[in-house]
Design a protein around this ligand. Structure first.
Ligand SMILES: [Ca+2]
Ligand SMILES: [Ca+2]
Length: 205
């Protein structure tokens, strides 16, 4: 789906399965044209009050923030983490013990900062899950977003790498054998026929 960076967004509502995923994995393929509205293009967020936000930040520092009741968890990638104009597969995992980890094309990125935060993960049950913007008014993603997924567990490296490899290049991730050609199959055909006594017994010719 292509977002214009001006007023496009996809509001996925606030279904119970999207609520209070205090252990989570967010993932998406992104192809940003620019850094987005106000130089902060949101890929996805639980939007009211920025409870959870996964975004392209100013200086192209890809970032994730999760609001916790005492201090928030916040990770910010190195400058120019993302290549504008190219597809990249971005994954973030979060839990209260390990904090935030961000992966690009299967490899964990370098951070300029990464704080685990303290306190319970703040309740987000009434917030809508929005793709492509923080809200209708601001910080819209400019470019394409595809294959958005939300999990209520931390996906393993095997899952992340399989998703990346399968979607990046399906034709080289797995191979199909060539089609097997069959002759005419004859049920209960004898191994040899030396004499055909009656036409009823003809099994093939
Ligand atoms: Ca528009
Ligand atoms: Ca809800």
């Amino acid at each position: 789906m292509d977002f214009d960076g001006a007023d496009d967004l996809l509001d996925a509502g606030s279904g119970a399965s999207l609520d209070n995923n205090h252990t989570l994995t967010y993932s998406a393929w992104i192809k940003p044209d620019t850094l987005g509205g106000a130089n902060a293009g949101f890929v996805m967020a639980k939007d009211s009050g920025f409870k959870k936000r996964f975004l392209l930040n100013a200086s192209n520092q890809f970032a994730m923030r999760v609001v916790r009741d005492t201090t928030s968890a916040s990770a910010q990638g190195a400058t120019d983490t993302i290549t504008l104009g190219s597809w990249q597969y971005m994954v973030v995992t979060y839990n209260e013990t390990d904090g935030i980890k961000i992966y690009k094309n299967g490899t964990e990125i370098a951070y300029t900062s990464n704080d685990i935060g303290t306190g319970a993960t703040t309740d987000d049950a009434t917030d809508n899950f929005v793709i492509g913007a923080f809200s209708a008014a601001s910080q819209q993603f400019d470019g394409s977003i595809d294959e958005v997924r939300v999990s209520s567990i931390n996906r393993s490296s095997d899952w992340r790498n399989t998703e990346y490899n399968n979607q990046n290049s399906p034709s080289t991730f797995y191979t199909l054998g060539s089609e097997i050609s069959y002759g005419v199959l004859l049920p209960h055909a004898p191994s040899s026929i030396t004499h055909i006594a009656r036409k009823d017994n003809i099994v093939g010719y």
